[in-house]
Design a protein around this ligand. Structure first.
Ligand code: AMP
Length: 303
C-alpha cells in the first residue's frame, strides 16, 4: 500500500565537528520518502523553488517517487543550515529560510485523498492541516515536528496533534512542547490530546513507543562513525511507516517491528551526508541489521 508524505524538500548547509557541506539535498520529505520507498510506493507533497538543482530533481524522478504533488514555485527553495555539537546528538539551527514554503498551500492531486498511510513530516503545521483536510479517511496518520514550529505556531501544531494517530518527536522537543521534564509524564500529556501512540526519539540512544497500554523501546544501532545525523528522525519515520504500509495493517506486534525498521534505516542515514548512504541501501542490508538488532536486544525472561 502507498504512503503519502507531506514535508520539506530542501537544500542544507551542515557543519559537524569533523566536516561540513553546503547546498546538499535535504528536507524532511526527501529523507522520509527515500526511507519509505525501501518498503512501498511513495507520494510526495511539497514545494521547491526555481533554483532547485537539476541533479536533485533527477534523483527524485529516478527514485520513482510519485511527484505529482510536488509543486514548483517562483522563488527560492526552502533552505536550512545547522551545526552539530561535539556529541553529534545536539545541534544549533543556524538558518531556516522558508522561501517558497512561506506561501505554500498544498492542493493534493486527485487520487491522493484515499492513500491509506500518511506521514505529516516536519513542515509548517498549517501545511500539514491543509493536506489533512483533503484526505478522506487514512488508516494511519503520523506527525513529526520540530522546535521551530513549537516556538512559532504552537496552536496550529496542537490542532494537528489532535487529528493524528501517532506523534513522533524528539525528547527535547517533547519537553519543550509539554513543559514536563519527565518524558513519561510528557508522553502522557501528549496522549491526552488524542493520539493513540507516541514515539519519543532520543537520537543515538534509540526510540521509545508509548501508548495508553504500555511501553516499548528500541536502542540506537551502535556505529563507530557517525558522519551526519541530519535526517535520522525523518528516515526513522519513513522506515517505520513504510514498513507498516507494506504490511497493510497496524497491530502491537507490527508497531514493535516497525520501530526496529525505523532504527535500522536511520542508522544508514547517519553514515554519510545527505542521502548519500541511504539511497544505496538494499533490502539485504536492512535484513542483516534487523537480525543484529534482534540478537543484541534479546534476553531471557526470569520465568
Ligand atoms: P532531522 O535531522 O530528522 O530533524 O531533519 C533534518 C531535515 O529537516 C533537514 O534536511 C532540513 O532541511 C529539514 N528542516 C530543518 N528545519 C526544518 C523546519 N523548521 N521545517 C521543516 N523541515 C526542516
Amino acid at each position: 500500500m502507498s504512503l503519502l508524505i507531506v514535508g520539506t524538500v530542501a537544500t542544507d548547509d551542515i557543519v559537524t565537528p569533523f566536516a561540513s557541506v553546503e547546498g546538499v539535498l535535504g528536507g524532511s520529505a526527501v529523507y522520509a520518502a527515500t526511507a519509505g520507498s525501501l518498503y512501498c510506493p511513495v507520494q510526495i507533497v511539497g514545494v521547491i523553488g526555481e533554483d532547485f538543482p537539476e541533479s536533485y530533481l533527477a534523483y527524485l524522478q529516478e527514485r520513482e517517487f510519485d511527484l505529482e504533488g510536488l509543486e514548483v514555485q517562483a522563488g527560492k527553495t526552502f533552505h536550512w543550515a545547522g551545526k552539530y555539537h561535539f556529541d553529534m546528538n545536539t545541534r544549533d539551527t543556524l538558518a531556516t529560510e522558508l522561501n517558497v514554503l512561506a506561501s505554500f498551500d498544498p492542493t493534493l492531486p486527485a487520487g491522493y485523498g484515499s492513500t491509506p498511510y500518511v506521514f505529516l513530516a516536519n513542515v509548517d503545521p498549517v501545511v500539514q492541516l491543509r493536506a489533512l483536510d483533503q484526505m478522506k479517511k487514512p488508516r494511519m496518520t503520523v506527525l513529526d515536528t520540530m522546535n521551530y514550529w513549537i516556538e512559532t505556531q504552537r496552536e496550529d501544531l496542537t490542532a494537528v496533534v489532535r487529528r493524528t494517530d501517532l506523534v513522533m518527536i524528539n525528547d527535547e522537543e517533547l519537553r519543550q512542547y509539554t513543559q514536563e521534564h519527565s518524558l513519561l509524564r510528557a508522553a502522557r500529556a501528549m496522549l491526552a490530546l488524542g493520539p493513540r501512540a507516541l514515539i519519543v526519539k532520543k537520537g543515538e540512544h534509540g526510540a521509545a513507543l508509548v501508548t495508553q497500554e504500555g511501553y516499548y523501546y528500541a536502542p540506537g544501532y551502535p556505529l563507530e562513525d557517525v558522519v551526519d545525523p541530519t535526517g535520522a528522525g525523518d528516515s526513522f519515520a519513513g522506515g517505520f511507516l513504510g514498513y507498516i504500509a507494506q504490511q497493510g495493517h497496524v497491530s502491537a506486534r507490527e508497531l514493535h517491528r516497525a520501530l526496529i525498521h525505523g532504527s535500522v534505516v536511520a542508522s544508514f542515514t547517519v553514515e554519510a551526508f545527505s542521502i548519500d548512504r541511504l539511497k544505496d541501501v538494499t533490502a539485504a542490508d536492512i535484513r542483516a541489521r534487523y537480525r543484529e538488532f534482534a540478537a543484541f536486544t534479546h534476553f531471557e525472561s526470569l520465568d
